[in-house]
Design a protein around this ligand. Sequence first.
Ligand code: ACO
Ligand code: ZN
Length: 226
Amino acid sequence: KLDSDQLIIDAGQKQFGATTCSSCGMVYSADNPEDNFQHTQFHQRFLDSIKYVGWKKERVVAEFWDGKIILVLPDDPKYAVKKAEEVRRIADNELGFQQVTLSQPTQAKTFLFINTDRLVVGCLVAEPIRRAYRVLEQPEQNKDMTKDDFMDRHRAWCCSTVPEQALCGVSRIWVFSLARRQTIATRMLDTVRSTFMYGSYLTKEEIAFSDPTPDGKLFATKYCNT
Ligand code: ACO
Ligand code: ZN
């Protein structure tokens, strides 16, 4: 009797044990055929999208020991614009954005963080803007679980109705799941501030995040306070 119980327990654990693919970062259950299929579908397409072969004319705007940041502008050669779009699509997909179009395609600047393995592990899209509305801190008593869950799912942050001066809007910021918490987003944002407007370094107040996700909000809060 003990043995058969044990078998059932093992089967259950196998079925529900989640694995994280060490190359594409997808979390799936390897023993579930449907999950396996989805992973196989995703894996190669994802790796192809973030692969960076290197271009003769690339605009390197920052260099680090673990990678570099390149800037892609809308009038760049087709291969560069295409790669920027490919990575943006990945980010949009993860962010749950439906439309891939930008609000001002001709003025969008795409910053890509390339690591030493020649993978695009970070993407930031910045666009010039004129004003922004500050996301208001939720009152402490409203921070119960259900409310937070609701807010998180609906991304319905309460915004101030008073417009504030801003110059640069960050419409997307994304870092590859396996490369997070290594200051890649921080370094991309620092680079945006120093290169977005010729000859001046933007203050943190001059940068605005559009429609932040919970991750994005945590990051932005930390970034803006330091
Ligand atoms: N939870 C809590 N704090 C966080 C988180 C998090 N998920 N992410 C960043 N922070 C804070 C931490 O204090 C961190 O410092 P620490 O690691 O020393 O504690 C600090 O921000 C700096 O973090 P970075 O390492 O620079 O950020 P990272 O490179 O991991 O990228 C990002 C952050 C872009 C939000 C990443 O988690 C991501 O791509 N998430 C999924 C996509 C997403 O939600 N993007 C934001 C959308 S909003 C928009 O695009 C306008
Ligand atoms: Zn994979």
